[in-house]
Design a protein around this ligand. Structure first.
Ligand code: HEM
Length: 167
């Protein structure tokens, strides 16, 4: 019994030292593979178009969100300014996903994104949830062997962390 307690204590110490994993290694690998495939050979134009379309859907459902994107020309989701914004978001999601093996780094990144989005003012969890659900429903189209459970296990905590300071 004492040996078991020792092992548990060591395991806890290692987990704390490394930071707790956001999802299992297997799930993280699957999600990284899916994201890699979806980028279609690092095609930045495709990524910016794809994410601009997600945001266009959000603005249709929540028209009040258009005004949040005034500085990046949210009134025209096909404009270079909005496409550049969409690319920044796509890259931001990639940075989170490719940090899944490094829990402490991912904590840093998501808390930075949480602070940035909270500082804008007026961004709601519901908007992120809309994008999350749209990605969940459509991502499989771009990816072979898309593992939805792995995606949920890894991506939901990321969105939860980024929205931690929003209403
Ligand atoms: C899905 C996950 C998301 C990620 C990873 C993400 C990431 C980012 C990044 C990297 C930036 C650029 C920050 C900079 O220029 O320094 C940004 C800006 C911004 N994001 Fe997000 N974003 C996400 C979702 C959303 C959603 C759902 C909204 C809903 C309203 C939103 C609203 C904004 C706004 C208003 C800005 C500032 C635009 C500007 O004026 O430059 N984001 N986001």
């Amino acid at each position: 019994m004492r040996r078991l307690i020792q092992i548990l204590l060591v395991a806890c110490a290692v987990a704390v030292a490394r930071g707790t994993m956001w999802c299992s290694l297997e799930d993280a690998n699957s999600v990284m593979d899916s994201f890699r495939q979806s980028r279609n050979g690092d095609n930045a134009i495709a990524a910016s178009k794809g994410f601009a379309a997600y945001f266009a859907g959000m603005m249709q459902k929540y028209p009040e969100t258009t005004a949040l994107f005034t500085y990046v020309n949210g009134a025209d989701v096909h404009s270079p300014e909005f496409r550049a914004h969409s690319l920044r978001v796509a890259i931001g999601i990639g940075i989170c996903i490719f940090a899944l093996h490094d829990p402490e780094v991912l904590t840093e990144i998501t808390s930075h994104l949480a602070a940035q989005h909270a500082a804008v003012g007026g961004i709601k969890v519901a908007y992120f949830d809309f994008i999350r659900q749209l990605m969940r429903a459509t991502f499989g189209q771009f990816v072979d062997n898309f593992n939805l459970d792995a995606w949920d296990n890894c991506f939901d905590p990321i969105i939860k962390a980024i929205t931690a300071r929003l209403d």
